[in-house]
Write a protein that binds this ligand. Structure first.
Ligand code: ACM
Ligand code: ZN
Length: 473
């Protein structure tokens, strides 16, 4: 490790000879148009500390580097810019909610690691967490589940809550001040039990649906044949667009079983009328309807990779690849010039224990997708954390860090500058920044467990959480 120990590792660090005492408040800043939008140059030498950047955002990144350089440092010139445009993290606030203050801590950490997207998962089977002025029953009815039974994490009593308009705006503003765009996720047509609880008439059977109390994939999904479905979905999106200025809105599209669509006269009628081949194409059609709606408002969609199965989704959507054995994302990039966000389940999902996803496995995963010919089609990387088995901020931080920082480094640092051992050493220095924020990472001896501990941990996690799952109701 060099003496500076910056995370994420900068592109180029030149030692100029001699030492300087770094007090970040002494730095001077300048915008230089010949530098890229996220590119900065930081010079610390006998003449003082200067940061020049191609934009305010770039200067902000220079400051984040400087904040990691307090005290006696070698005189240095750092020339730095990101490898990838999209560098994000995802937080599931449905299975368990996190306070605005705690979310801000994650945002602070993301900003210090030069991430620029916060993907906020706000709707799912176990709760609808966006306050809606026009459709309040979606929130009032859909935000409460009767109990929680996520594997061994069982909590009796109602669990409910949502983010008010003021809170969501507060997060958007807080992120904007740190050059982070909030991408809200309204997951459709699957993972919609909470919304269907409030509006059973937009399901295929129109029968009551419970807000789910356990994890899983559920057969009740939004009916694609009823016009009312789109009336409600567009109403909800209108409110989301009003609060979240992001160009991209995440519309989910993962894990949508087609059982109900197969038996639904409305869905079957839609298939015939729209000239579609099957239910998979119906999901493509459903997705395209929402993409067109977003387009009419000047916005774009991000979708999970299952949305591409039909092959008919337009390339004005961007795909988030999490589990894609049939390589729809590769096809999307190669044949339709689509953009791909890399969030591979086996490497980047931070809700799985270190025994299953050790730090080195996350860190060493290359932000490339085998088969994608043009690297420009890789938009970037995102570290997701799902919270079925995480019900406190302390546990969230333990699971997220340092893997969160490993993904941030894969987003920022060019492959040839990456090194897992060096990262671990630098992360220990960086932990000081995290503790100032109020975040405690997992202890170093847990980052890369031995093969035996990995086996024991994996079996333990599976028995505790997966094998212990109640039957779908
Ligand atoms: C997902 O993990 N269902 C996107
Ligand atoms: Zn239907």
């Amino acid at each position: 490790m060099d003496r500076l120990g910056i995370v994420p590792k900068p592109l180029k660090t030149e030692l100029l000879g001699g030492e300087i005492f770094v007090d970040p408040s002494d730095a001077v800043f300048a915008i230089e148009e010949n530098l890229g939008k996220e590119e900065y140059i930081l010079t610390a030498d006998k003449n003082g500390i200067r940061i020049s950047g191609g934009s305010e955002q770039a200067v902000f990144y220079g400051k984040q580097t400087l904040l990691q350089m307090r005290g006696d440092c070698p005189c240095v010139r750092i020339t730095d810019k990101p490898a990838h445009e999209y560098r994000g993290f995802m937080l599931d606030c449905v299975r368990h909610m996190f306070s605005v203050d705690d979310i801000k801590k994650l945002v602070d950490a993301a900003a210090s690691l030069k991430m620029n997207r916060f993907h906020w998962h706000l709707t799912d089977d176990q709760g609808f967490r966006i306050w809606l002025n026009r459709r309040p029953s979606a929130t009032i009815e859909g935000s409460v589940r009767k109990r929680s039974e996520f594997g061994s994490l069982k909590e009796e009593g109602e669990y409910g809550g949502y983010y008010t308009e003021k809170q969501m705006r507060e997060i958007v503003d807080y992120c904007a001040e740190r050059f982070i765009t909030v991408i809200p996720e309204f997951d459709v047509p699957g993972h919609c039990s909470a919304l269907l609880h409030a509006y059973p008439d937009i399901g295929c059977t129109e029968k009551p649906v419970e807000v789910k109390t356990h994890q899983g994939i559920f057969e009740d999904i939004l009916c694609a044949g009823k016009d009312k479905t789109f009336e409600i979905v567009f109403d909800i999106l209108e409110e989301i667009l009003d609060i979240f200025p992001s160009e991209y809105i995440h519309i989910g599209g993962d894990e949508a079983p087609k059982t109900k669509w197969k038996a639904c006269p409305d869905c079957q009628k839609r298939i015939r009328q729209a000239g579609l081949k099957n239910e998979e194409e119906l999901q493509g059609w459903f997705t395209n309807e929402i993409i067109s709606f977003l387009k009419s408002k000047g916005r774009k969609a991000i979708v999970w990779n299952e949305s591409l199965k039909s092959g008919i989704v337009g390339n004005d959507a961007t795909v988030q690849m999490w589990m894609d054995p049939k390589k729809h994302s590769v096809d999307f990039a190669n044949t339709r010039n689509g953009k791909v966000i890399v969030s591979d389940f086996f490497h980047y999902y931070c809700d799985y224990p270190y025994s299953m996803t050790p730090l080195n496995k996350t860190y060493n995963y290359k932000a490339i997708v085998k088969g994608i010919k043009n690297p420009d089609n890789i938009y970037g990387v995102e570290a997701p954390i799902w919270t079925e088995f995480i019900n406190s901020f302390e546990h969230l931080c333990y699971m997220f860090f340092p893997r969160f920082a490993a993904v941030a480094e894969s987003g920022w640092t060019v492959e040839k500058n990456k090194n897992a051992k060096d990262f671990c050493e630098r992360f220990r220095c960086y932990s000081r920044i995290l503790s100032n924020i109020g975040i405690t990472a997992a202890p170093p001896h847990e980052w890369n467990p031995s093969p035996l501990s990995r086996a024991v941990g994996t079996i333990g996690f599976t028995r505790k959480n997966v094998a212990n799952k109640p039957k779908n109701k």
